[in-house]
Design a protein around this ligand. Structure first.
Ligand SMILES: Nc1ncnc2c1ncn2[C@@H]1O[C@H](COP(=O)(O)OP(=O)(O)OP(=O)(O)O)[C@@H](O)[C@H]1O
Ligand SMILES: [Mg+2]
Length: 358
């Protein structure tokens, strides 16, 4: 086991920048998820850590070794690619022992280790099957067993679950968590699914355009996004452009004449800022139900959409559009045109000046 230290790593392809010079320290035994949209540089960074691609500048350290110039097989890493291609003509057992045999581990020892790994990924008794006799999720587990069997210092995963349907994906996430708990292996996993990153990562590295936007614990990322990009990626919706101020009830951002309460903004009064709101932190109450609380805004529902267990409404406060996400059972009293009281939980709005400073 080992920590991974990246210093000043950058990469360009044919003159276009895939990674700007980047520093990153992944602690020993931690689970780091790399999150970002398509083309943000996630795979490029992971491939540089794996030794499948050379950085233009910078160094990669695994544990106390500088591995920058080393080929993948000398980095003591396990790697699972997006398509986790198994050798189709080899049995599950031989797929898992392949890396060991290449390292001249005796056949007997390799088989024992492979059985132990198959047990770890929940596939005891599957060694004699071929990959095509397995489900996608089972093939995924074989790929994991194959990556783990050489007892790597670091496990690198590039979107290993993206080919799986939602239910199996959830199961595999739980499996990955368990395996990580049981092995304590430093793990770096690429995903573009924010829920997956939040669920699995001790810390999440948010990448955009080849640059780190934030590297933080999931809760911090959600409650204190470093900039508008991070907030937007995690689902926050633009509320509008306004000015930050302080009133009798604390900080606010005033947009088109409406004052919306701000949490712990560091922006000084008078700063022009773009505000975003998290729809799940907005509660709508039909105006007919009770009198309006002082902290609530008055608005009108302009649209309502059902998504099974959840519903999403769009309400208007003057010229400002406010989204609200709720359990469908709480939407039954709402309809287009309904007058509503709008409550936005503390911290439900973030304000950013120049796209960045909170
Ligand atoms: N071998 C290559 N040759 C040329 N350009 C490349 C190469 N590999 C990556 N790129 C470019 O570098 C940028 C980052 O690519 P990368 O594969 O790291 O993105 P990603 O974040 O993994 O995206 P995705 O979510 O789609 O997998 C992209 O603009 C891509 O086109
Ligand atoms: Mg990729």
């Amino acid at each position: 086991m080992a920590r991974v230290i990246i210093t000043g790593v950058s990469k360009t392809f044919n003159g276009s920048t895939a990674l700007h010079p980047l520093d990153l320290a992944v602690e020993d035994g931690s689970f780091c998820c790399m999150l970002g949209s398509s083309g943000s540089g996630k795979s490029t960074l992971l491939r540089i850590i794996a030794g499948l691609s050379e950085p233009d500048t910078g160094t990669v350290r695994i544990g106390d070794r500088d591995v920058t110039g080393l080929p993948p097989e000398r980095r003591r890493i396990g790697f699972v690619f997006q398509d986790y291609a198994l050798f189709p003509h080899l049995s599950v057992g031989s797929n898992v022992t392949f890396g060991l045999r290449a390292r001249h581990v005796s056949k007997r020892e390799a088989v024992v280790k492979a059985e132990r790994m198959l047990e770890l990924v929940g596939l005891t008794g599957y060694a004699h099957r071929t990959p095509k006799q397995l489900s996608g999720g089972q093939q995924q587990r074989v790929a994991l067993a194959r990556a783990l069997v050489t007892e790597p210092d670091v496990l690198l995963l590039d979107e290993p679950l993206s080919a799986l349907d939602r239910k199996i994906r959830g199961e595999m996430q739980r499996e990955l968590k368990r395996i990580h708990r049981e092995t304590g292996l430093t793990t770096i996993m690429v995903t573009h699914d924010q829920e997956e990153a939040m669920n699995l990562g001790d810390r999440v590295l948010m990448l955009s355009n080849g640059a780190v936007q934030q590297f933080d614990e999931p809760e911090r990322l959600y409650h204190a996004p470093a900039n508008e990009f991070v907030a937007g990626f995690l689902g926050a919706v633009p509320l509008g452009h306004g000015v930050v101020g302080t009133g009798a009830r604390g900080r606010f951002v005033e947009i088109a004449g409406n004052r919306f309460a701000l949490g712990d903004s560091r922006l000084p009064d008078g700063t022009e800022a773009d505000a975003v709101v998290m729809a799940e932190r907005v509660t709508l109450t039909a105006a007919t139900a009770r009198a309006r609380d002082e902290a609530e805004h008055e608005g009108v529902v302009v649209s309502l959409d059902f998504f099974g267990p959840f519903a999403r409404a769009e309400a208007r406060v003057g010229d400002v559009s406010v989204p609200a996400m709720m359990l469908s059972q709480h939407a039954t009293a709402l309809e287009g045109g309904a007058r509503v009281w709008i409550r936005i939980a503390t911290g439900g709005i973030h304000a950013f000046a120049d796209g960045a400073t909170r």
